[in-house]
Write a protein that binds this ligand. Structure first.
Ligand code: NAP
Length: 257
């Protein structure tokens, strides 16, 4: 950051719980101005505290222009671990403009005794593997990922997403529209009630309710590995650590709220 004594302007790339928590904490810090950015994918997004802008920037150059025009002093990429394009753009644009960037990335999940996990590198491999593991599948990979399972006719799918998925879709699909947080009791009841054989999830990290429920019921889980963070990027695992990074780089007295 610039180290100047006037307000420091922070751009938080959000769309996650951590993005909202960081924005909220930043608004409580004197001398720190926060602007949150959302992609605009959901029709009724949970809005962070403070200023919010919505919509893409127009690639790396568009984001670089935005950083210059808005006189941004620091960027925190708090997007979802699978929003790899946005993260790559943030890394390139911040380097272009000379603005410090922190990637706030919650840790991935860690396998526990009793888990029956199958780690796969991508959605296509998950789709290939599924018929060998069971017929009734609970898909929690997000609505944009459901198309990857469109050709898997051997399986029946229950998908859960905030917004309805778009074509192409699996032939045998029941759509459940819901937004977390989800509880262990709720996940257990959902898996049992739909007689689910196998759970599919991205390694998003965060709440383990669905994984705990799958373990209790002895169900296999197909876990899609997360894409890597750009090499050389500063990474913080928690909102608290991101606040500390902001405090280290700025003149403001940043107190976690
Ligand atoms: P993505 O594939 O990495 O990004 C595609 C494009 O969407 C980016 O190049 C950018 O457009 C725009 N974009 C993405 N995030 C943005 C943001 N926070 N503010 C402004 N523009 C943004 O992203 P995605 O996977 O579709 O995710 C979109 C949003 O949903 C992210 O904010 C992410 O945190 C949230 N989300 C994603 C997932 C997931 O599984 N991928 C899950 C939960 C929430 P331009 O190139 O035009 O700038």
């Amino acid at each position: 950051m610039s180290g100047r004594t006037s307000s420091a302007r922070v751009l938080v790339l959000g769309g996650t719980t951590e993005g909202r928590e960081l924005a909220s904490a930043c608004t409580a810090v004197p001398g720190l101005e926060v602007i949150s950015s959302l992609a605009g994918r959901t029709s009724s997004p949970l809005l962070p505290a403070g200023e919010v802008r919505i919509g893409g920037f127009g690639g790396i150059d568009g984001l670089a222009d935005y950083l210059r025009r808005q006189r941004i002093d620091a960027v925190v990429d708090a997007t979802h671990p699978f929003a790899a394009t946005m993260t790559a753009h943030a890394f390139a644009a911040s380097a272009q403009v000379g603005v410090p960037l922190l990637v706030l990335r919650r840790p991935g999940w860690i396998e526990q005794p009793g888990d029956r996990w199958h780690r796969v590198p991508d959605l296509a491999t998950a789709a290939e593997l599924l018929p060998k593991l069971g017929e009734r599948v609970f898909l929690t990979t997000g609505r944009q990922s459901i198309a990857a399972f469109a050709g898997v006719d051997a399986c029946w799918f229950l998908s859960r997403s905030v917004e309805p998925p778009a074509d192409p879709l699996p032939a045998r699909l029941q759509v459940l529209l819901d937004r977390g947080p989800f509880t262990l009791a709720g996940e257990r009841a959902l898996l049992a009630g739909h007689r689910i054989d196998v759970l599919v999830t991205k390694d998003s990290g965060g709440s383990t309710a669905k994984l705990d429920a799958a373990r209790e019921l002895g169900l296999p889980v197909v876990l899609v590995d997360r894409p890597p963070v750009p090499s050389g990027a500063d990474v913080a695992p928690t909102v608290e650590a991101a606040l500390q990074w902001l405090r280290r780089g700025s003149a403001v007295a940043c107190t976690p709220g």
